[in-house]
Design a binder for this molecule. Sequence first.
Ligand code: DCM
Length: 133
Amino acid sequence: MRTVVAGAITSSDGRLLLAQRSYPVQVAGLWELPGGKVEPGEELAAALRRELREELEIDVEVGALLAETVELAHDLTLVALWARIVDGVPRAVEHSRLVWVSVDELEDMAASNQLVPADTAWVPELCEVLRQR
Ligand code: DCM
């Protein structure tokens, strides 16, 4: 059983960073919270910081876990952590594009199925927390 950790990266003006997948074909073009697989023995927060350095060239400060844990196929469990950028400007190293979305934009994208299916589990909590900011 492996864990995938994703980052709910927020900006100081209440936006959320979404990354557009370029592979595999089933999800290419859909938007996700960026992240990746936790290595054996690695802490969740350390794994997220490593993945975001590799994928976006940013350093993040990691916060709490989001409530929902998602069971993916192929023995993968998906979790997300809140994060904020402490260094760097995100660059799409492995993704097609990046976008900072408002709560309304996030809801529109979720409603029109533009998110990776697994990530839709987090939309209510993402919207609730972003609205409070
Ligand atoms: N994944 C996902 N949502 C995310 C990040 C990853 O559903 N926010 C899934 C896609 C893959 C697996 O986790 O099945 C591994 O992701 P990657 O290919 O990015 O390492």
